[in-house]
Design a protein around this ligand. Structure first.
Ligand code: WTA
Length: 658
């Protein structure tokens, strides 16, 4: 662990020291506990034999076309297999089997478009749409094992596309619509995608917002693997058309046959790749496979959200471009036969009550969103949700970053009528599914803490040397035993997989998060201890943004830090040294922000760019981000004694005063 990251962990620890004095607890009501799906005995059952526990869950929650006889194989760590000799089709599990069981008329998706258009899909209708998409993709030459890049807004076609890929056994790779053409191209290249599925565009705050131009730009340079681009007509804007390559969704999927029989794929067949930021400039293609992933996403969705599929209306607000939109929009809710809401837009369009209007309209009973959204709602004021009938809500979930106790309390009181249990869920793109969370009918919930590893999950907090720390102490979050939904690797780079996750502590998965046990033995997450930032629950890499900045001809050097931000958790602050000729350019900050937007995507644009004469470096040339973080957060600058040139911080302070 470098000096810089240790310091970051220390700071996060200090800031959270106060929170750990939290002693409010909210036990579930007797009624909630009595009707809960999962009871406390599950922990002991899972502890007794972890693989057997997961095997039992898998058999209960999924339909295997060829039953497995083995559960876990961990003979070659860190490469695990789960349910290896079984065969299963993810799309069949999400769709056909519910229709076969007589639930075809149950609503699968209530879709609410940003402009207010709506669509409802029953399980029977969604099954039919996915069969059509499957046939259409197959007729474009997509076969099992091919990669399909998906660059779509939050519209039902996104779910339909993912499930059609899964049905074929093609590996989907979703690229968030907020990423740039460059980012899209590098992901297409890394996975060698054969097909891209996109839309003309979407709507943002009442206006059309384009997507297809980024695909065209991404594919403008030759040497890519893409044969076809399927285009959903969503916002009706004009698009460029490449004859022979581009196909309208309506012409291909729209006219395809509704007949398709799903076949099982091996449990360890890859289901998807999802790129996520790491500590280096190059995003990692996190690889997930089928059987274990479906088992744990389905189990956690049922257990953590206390899902009663016949009566609940579930709404996860995450975009399908993130892992939450994979696990808790596309897969788990449909595997579990739930009814869910899908919303295309932002919470403030056309007004700040949009979320609550949707809750009221569809009688949402389980809401799953991010602390950054909750803090924004707090800022807007509680009279906005007060205008709507939120009485359908019976459970609230949070994900993406630590939730501060104030936000937790507000969420429970204002949105949950002071009675809905709040479940804070910790997990990662890499873990595939929720790992740490209260069980709503069992755990007395504590504001701000994700609390307990789920049944069947072995989480620990260890010190620098990998030894468990006692209650009341902090360190690094690790996972001690393999879990069903764990990543199976980084696409095309097994070595990086081992180095990144399994080399820091012997035999343990290192999550990259700092954590602490409180005196009750509950886990508190303390934020990242590496060079990964968390902005509005989105992972961004400092190195990646630095690389984007220095790729601009005006920039000589750049250092990026995540500074604490009241609403977004962290925000991107960049320090740049300009090349001689650029120093006079008054618009340089705007130019550089747009440049980062172009290189990575709007979500990565720095909130603040500070032009400085020097950067603080150690004698070995490492940038001391810790000191820059002090500056960015307006603190007195900490210990700078290891700087190669100890006048640098003064120079920076001086230049910022000007
Ligand atoms: C952070 C999102 C605290 C954490 C599902 C993790 C959290 C990273 C929580 C993964 C939480 C996620 N409390 N921190 N409940 N949930 N995180 O891959 O730092 O986009 O490592 O997955 O988000 O982000 P990712």
């Amino acid at each position: 662990m470098s000096e810089v990251t240790t310091a970051a962990a220390g700071q996060a620890g200090d800031a959270l020291e106060n929170l750990l004095k939290e002693n409010r607890k909210f036990a579930p009501s007797a009624e909630f506990a009595a009707n809960a799906i999962v009871h406390g005995d599950e922990y002991a059952k899972a502890d007794a034999d972890r693989p057997a526990f997961w095997g039992e869950q898998s058999r209960e929650l999924l339909s295997w076309s060829k039953p497995f006889t083995k559960t876990l194989d961990w003979s070659n760590p860190p490469f695990a297999t789960w349910f290896e000799d079984g065969e299963i089709n993810a799309a069949y599990n999400a769709l056909d089997r519910h229709v076969e069981a007589g639930n075809g008329d149950r609503v699968a998706i209530y879709f609410e478009g940003e402009p207010g258009d709506t669509r409802t899909y029953t399980y029977a209708q969604l099954t039919e749409e996915v069969k059509k998409a499957t046939n259409a993709f197959e007729s474009l030459g997509v076969i099992k094992g091919d990669r399909v890049a998906v660059y779509l807004p939050m519209i039902p076609e996104a779910v339909i596309t993912l499930l059609a890929c899964a049905r074929i056994g093609a590996i989907h790779s979703v690229v968030f619509g907020g990423y740039s053409a460059d980012a899209l191209r590098s992901r297409i290249d890394d996975a060698e995608a054969k097909l891209v599925v996109t839309a003309d565009g979407t709507f943002r705050r009442g206006k059309p917002s384009p997507l297809k131009p980024a695909v065209d730009e991404a594919l403008s340079a030759p040497g890519h693997s893409v044969q076809n681009v399927v285009v959903v007509k969503r916002n009706g804007e004009d698009v460029n058309w490449v004859e022979g390559r581009d196909v309208w969704w309506d012409d291909s999927v729209g006219t395809a046959s509704t007949e398709h029989t799903a076949v099982g794929h091996p449990a360890e067949h890859p289901l998807f790749i999802l790129y996520t930021s790491g500590t280096t400039g190059k995003p990692k293609g996190i690889l997930h496979t089928t059987g274990g992933y479906l088992t744990q996403t389905a189990y956690t969705h049922r257990a953590v959200f206390d899902l009663h599929p016949e009566t609940d209306v579930f709404w996860c607000t995450a975009d399908v471009g993130w892992v939450t939109g994979h696990s808790y929009v596309t897969y788990a809710p449909l595997i579990n036969g739930a009814t869910q809401v899908m919303y295309e837009g932002t919470p403030d369009s056309p007004h700040q009550g949009r979320f609550w209007e949707i809750v009221e309209k569809y009688k949402v009973s389980i809401l799953y969103t991010a602390p950054t959204a909750i803090r924004t709602f707090m800022k807007w004021g509680e009279d906005i949700p007060a205008k709507y009938d939120l009485s359908s809500i019976r459970l609230l979930g949070s994900v993406g970053e630590p939730i501060n106790p104030e936000a937790w309390m507000w969420y429970r009181r204002v949105i949950g009528a002071d009675k809905a249990p709040v479940v804070d869920t910790w997990w990662q793109t890499e873990t595939g599914a929720i790992m740490i969370a209260p069980l709503p009918g069992v755990t007395a919930a504590k504001p701000g803490s994700a609390q307990v590893p789920l049944p069947g999950i072995a989480v620990d907090v260890v010190d620098e040397l990998g030894a468990s720390v006692p209650n009341g102490h902090g360190g690094y979050l690790v996972i001690r035993e393999p879990w069903p939904a764990m990543l199976r690797g980084i696409w095309g780079d097994n070595e990086r997989y081992q180095d990144t996750y399994w080399s820091r502590f012997d035999g343990m998965y290192f999550a990259g998060d700092g954590a602490k046990w409180d005196e009750d033995g509950d886990v508190w997450l303390l934020g990242r201890v590496d060079d990964v930032m968390n902005v509005s629950g989105h992972r961004l890499s400092t190195t990646e943004i630095e690389s984007a900045l220095v790729s601009h001809p005006s920039v000589a050097e750049a250092a990026v830090v995540g500074a604490a931000d009241e609403t977004t958790g962290q925000s991107v602050v960049a320090f740049v040294i300009l090349r001689g000729s650029a120093v006079e350019d008054a618009d340089i900050v705007t130019t550089l922000r747009n440049h980062v937007g172009h290189e990575i995507g709007p979500i990565a644009k720095p909130r603040t760019i500070l032009v400085v004469p020097e950067l603080p470096k150690t004698r070995s040339g490492k940038i001391m981000r810790r000191l820059l973080k002090d500056v960015a957060e307006g603190r007195t600058v900490g210990d700078a004694s290891t700087l190669a040139d100890n006048t640098v911080m003064n120079q920076i302070a001086e230049s910022l005063r000007k």
